[in-house]
Design a protein around this ligand. Structure first.
Ligand SMILES: [Zn+2]
Length: 322
């Protein structure tokens, strides 16, 4: 037995049972009329129309009928999986592969492992990234006076950049915030690392009572005064810890960046800028649900599946360089 021998990875009916147990944990919700815990009938044995490929039609797994509005639905309706054509077993395998690979998995590799077309694998991976996207920006980091580390990093290269390629101007800038007490992080794609790119995010996401930890870059100097305390580290000195106060450092956020950079370099070599926020959502998700935060692979997969609800995807397909 292994994690991958779980029935929901191999049996379509079991896959629907697994999905239902997560998305309807608080009772079945009809996606058409919105009734919760109403009369719902199982429509077992219903098949799709006959086709050349399936002369007898295919079994429609997980099909339900709402007793209130009389309409049919499955647990996939209204989720990022709704219009995906792949079997649910393969989609759940993909979720598991993405949440359990520390640096991520490329669409090419996903396509080989699942034995599906590259384009299907690419779309599926983006659906799962959408599920991983956190909507929780409610509680500011550092509430209660905890330390919050803030740092920025640079990856890839802007395809349309015409200027000087020295320095960071031609790269994509990423800002990350780590709340040291809760072990949670928030990641942002920023236009540049100027005060006007960084300050609004810092103000909106960090409590004024927090101890702000940054490097000594000038754009943090002024905003640092708005917080209860501002500890600064020597720029670009990884593993720097202040001698006067051992809690002044940005090593946590730099550690998160090192996983992110290895993943982006090794697995997602050519990430188009307009998709970067989706990859950030993926790394943020895995970081926030990492083993050190007490979450195992199975739980992480279930958390990702919870996130499929209430999100939809609308965008064009893969580009040549995506
Ligand atoms: Zn209904």
């Amino acid at each position: 037995m292994s994690v991958l021998s779980s029935p929901h990875f191999h049996d379509e009916a079991k896959a629907f049972e697994y999905l239902e147990s997560i998305v309807w944990a608080d009772g079945v919700v009809c996606p058409h009329c919105g009734v919760v815990g109403g009369r719902v009938y199982d429509l077992s044995g219903v098949r799709t129309k006959a086709s050349a490929k399936n002369p007898e039609g295919k079994v429609r797994h997980g099909l339900k009928k709402c007793g209130e509005c009389r309409k049919q639905f499955t647990a996939k309706v209204g989720t990022v999986f709704e219009h995906a054509r792949l079997p649910l077993t393969k989609m759940l395998q993909a979720v598991h592969l993405m949440v359990s690979s520390k640096k991520g998995i490329s669409a090419h590799q996903l396509s080989r492992v699942l034995e599906v077309q590259y384009k299907s694998a690419w779309f599926l991976a983006h659906r799962i990234r959408e599920a991983m996207r956190s909507g929780d920006l409610a509680t500011p980091f550092g509430s209660g006076g905890g330390a919050v580390e803030v740092d920025e990093t640079y990856i890839g290269a802007k395809s349309d950049y015409a200027g000087n390629r020295r320095g960071y101007g031609h790269k994509h800038a990423v800002l990350a915030l780590v709340d040291r007490e809760s072990g949670q992080s928030r990641w942002f794609h920023i236009e540049n690392s100027r005060a006007k790119d960084i300050h609004p995010i810092v103000r909106a996401n960090i409590s004024r009572e927090a101890r702000l930890m940054t490097d000594e870059a000038t754009m943090y100097r002024r905003i640092g005064k708005e917080f209860a305390e501002h500890g600064t580290t020597v720029h670009a000195a990884f593993n720097y810890v202040s001698r006067e106060d051992r809690t002044i450092h940005t090593n946590t956020v730099e550690g998160a960046f090192s996983i992110f950079k290895r993943g982006m370099r090794g697995v997602y070599q050519h990430c188009a800028e307009h998709h970067l926020h989706r990859y950030l959502a993926e790394f943020e998700f895995r970081y926030n649900t990492r083993t050190a935060n007490g979450v195992d692979d199975r739980q992480r997969a279930a958390i990702a599946v919870q996130g499929i609800v209430g999100k939809r995807l609308t965008y064009e397909g893969p580009r040549a360089n995506a």
